[in-house]
Design a binder for this molecule. Structure first.
Ligand SMILES: NC(=O)c1ccc[n+]([C@@H]2O[C@H](COP(=O)([O-])OP(=O)(O)OC[C@H]3O[C@@H](n4cnc5c(N)ncnc54)[C@H](O)[C@@H]3O)[C@@H](O)[C@H]2O)c1
Length: 438
């Protein structure tokens, strides 16, 4: 029986996508969208642009594109804005990042050159390896938040946007744990006035976004909108939030392979992962305090997928090691190696080796686009707080308290598509299929 569906406001007018950080991922996103708009390139890797969704029975032959099924903003209606600690335009930053060919960048140079980053909220204490000059000043962190709120309002009116979303694609901050100042909105706001060191720049952006009723997605692993004070503020203000840490490269592979091992009841003795990476992200992550944030995010995946408590004979005490080494010659073209020690029937051992010559920002840019479009959809559909149905995009998906996160890519995709079916009042797909044999 079909459900009723949810009222979704139409995607009318322009959608402003505000990027925190105008580095490799952001410029690859902006240049990509501009070249897709002009018909120069295809949106490969983007579920919102290329994905389809099955509706009804397998015999119904109803398989629309996702973007024709739910009312997403058209990419021609997207306007980009950004904050960064450097003054480089998107064109200069894209040239420096070295991800895309100069030929392609030259074809969209006008759009990229006109994107100049607004001064950032930044403190070097949170990203040890960076030092930038395009940075806001204020007498306390609340004043910095107010300046961001002004930037957001000004961007919206200057560009005639009807809606905005904010995506954090800035450098990974040092590892922080939730403490008293993060527990309630009163404590958090007092902390902003007191410039509490436990309030990081990313939390100030998230606060400004939520206060401005703008959805906020966190593409990096830092503690940001996943603190009780901001979760409550987002709920109360009816603002969607999601995170954390774009699921690309090596972790994407892990969440594809590990569910397969578990499905076939193959055991795991150890999984050793190492990366060589030469872009600015790699340089930032070379600092132990910044790497720790990334490490936590990367390590959690296997435990949750393999459930050692449920399958102790297969997964108890497996060894999981993750390393990132900064190696400048590789630039954005990361190399991720995995050595996987598995065991099968009667405990016989086997090994799998993966050498993924990937391109980090090429994998991340379509995720940032999809998140911007789905977060805008969520807001128009009245969804608020954590958007767990977008776990598909993250290494460390935000989830309700008391739940474990879902890391299996295939369950995540099913959840995402069933959420879209639910929004539109279509039947959930259970894959039971007994009716075909009645
Ligand atoms: N590329 C991927 O596959 C991938 C996957 C998961 C997560 N990430 C995360 O996404 C983020 C961006 O990655 P990238 O490769 O574009 O890195 P990058 O170093 O090229 O870009 C980050 C940009 O953020 C800016 N920045 C730092 N702190 C800022 C602040 N407080 N406000 C505004 N700007 C600030 C930096 O100046 C830089 O230009 C990183 O945190 C990275 O860990 C990337």
């Amino acid at each position: 029986m079909a459900e009723k569906g949810v009222d979704i406001a139409p995607a009318e007018g322009k959608l402003g996508v505000l990027l925190v950080g105008l580095g490799a991922v952001s410029t690859t996103l902006v240049a990509g969208v501009e070249s897709i708009k002009r018909g120069i390139s295809e949106p490969i890797g983007s579920l919102t642009q290329m994905g389809t969704i099955r509706l009804g029975k397998r015999t119904d032959n109803r398989v629309p594109k996702i973007k024709d099924f739910v009312p997403l903003a058209d990419i021609n209606d997207i306007v980009f804005g950004a904050w960064d600690i450097f003054t480089d335009t998107a064109f200069e930053a894209a040239m420096n990042a070295g991800v895309l060919d100069k030929d392609l960048l030259n074809q969209v140079s006008e759009q990229l050159s006109s994107l100049k980053p607004m001064p950032a909220v930044f403190e070097q204490n949170y990203v040890k390896r960076l030092h930038g000059e395009n940075v806001k000043t204020g007498k306390n962190k609340m004043e910095l938040a107010e300046q961001l709120i002004e930037d957001i309002a000004k961007f919206k009116s200057d560009n005639g946007c009807s809606r905005l979303v904010i995506v954090w694609a800035a450098s990974t901050e040092i590892f922080l744990e939730a403490s008293d100042v993060h527990q309630t909105i009163e404590a958090f706001e007092k902390g902003l006035y007191d410039s509490d060191p436990k309030i990081s720049p990313s939390m100030i952006y998230a606060y400004a976004a939520i206060k401005s009723a703008v959805p906020f997605a966190n593409g990096a692993p830092n503690l940001t909108a996943d603190i009780p004070a901001l979760l409550k503020l987002a709920e109360d203000s009816r603002v969607p939030i999601c995170g954390k840490d774009f699921k690309t490269g090596q972790t994407l592979m892990k969440t594809i392979l590990a569910p397969g091992f578990k499905a076939r009841m193959l055991g795991l003795e150890g999984w050793y992962s190492t990366n060589i990476l030469g872009n600015r992200d790699g340089e930032v992550l070379d600092d132990p305090e910044n790497f720790k944030t990334k490490e936590e995010s990367k390590l959690s995946v296997l435990e949750h997928i393999l459930q050692p408590d449920v399958y102790p004979d297969l997964y108890k005490d497996f060894s999981h090691v993750v390393r990132i080494n900064y190696y400048p010659p590789r630039g954005d073209n990361k190399e991720g190696w995995d050595n996987i020690d598995i065991f099968g029937w009667l405990g016989y051992k086997m090994q799998i080796k993966i050498d993924f010559l990937c391109r980090d920002s090429i994998l991340a840019a379509p995720l940032a686009l999809d998140l911007a479009l789905f977060m805008d959809l969520a807001q128009r559909a009245g969804m608020r707080g954590i958007q767990e149905w977008l776990s598909f995009y993250f290494k460390a998906p935000q989830h309700a308290e008391g739940l474990y996160p879902e890391h299996d890519l295939f369950i995540q995709l099913m959840k995402l598509k069933n959420t879209l079916r639910h929004l539109k009042g279509e039947e959930m797909i259970t894959h039971l299929g007994l009716e075909y044999y009645d």
